[in-house]
Design a protein around this ligand. Structure first.
Ligand SMILES: [Zn+2]
Length: 109
């Protein structure tokens, strides 16, 4: 049986707190699955992406936040590879799943 872990509406990285929202316009407007705005401290995940893609994208964006504050540079393709590896460990090895039910859709554009 899969253990579901609820994605919180706000995620803390270091001393920084980012809000997590669903947004359906980022794909159509910017051809993105996810994006992070460091000024507003908002992580947007494409509403209509498949679950596995949303899961990987959230981890991808969290690595971007760590990259930003910890002042390391990681190429975007390498971030994808790291996120996929973490997803593989969490979901395929530990049997976890993400529960997105608390995350709201906000379309700001
Ligand atoms: Zn990226």
């Amino acid at each position: 049986m899969q253990t579901k872990v609820k994605i919180p509406k706000e995620i803390k990285i270091g001393t920084h707190t980012y809000k997590v929202i669903f947004d359906r316009s980022i794909r159509t407007d910017d051809d993105r699955i996810g994006e992070t705005n460091h000024r507003t401290q908002v992580i947007k995940i494409w509403t209509e992406a498949p679950l596995s893609m949303q899961n990987e994208t959230l981890l991808h964006e969290l690595i971007h936040i760590a990259e930003y504050y910890f002042r390391v540079r990681i190429e975007d393709a390498d971030i994808d590879r790291i996120a996929e590896c973490i997803c593989d460990f969490l979901f395929n090895n530990l049997g976890l799943g993400f529960d997105w039910s608390d995350i709201e859709e906000v379309n700001e554009k």
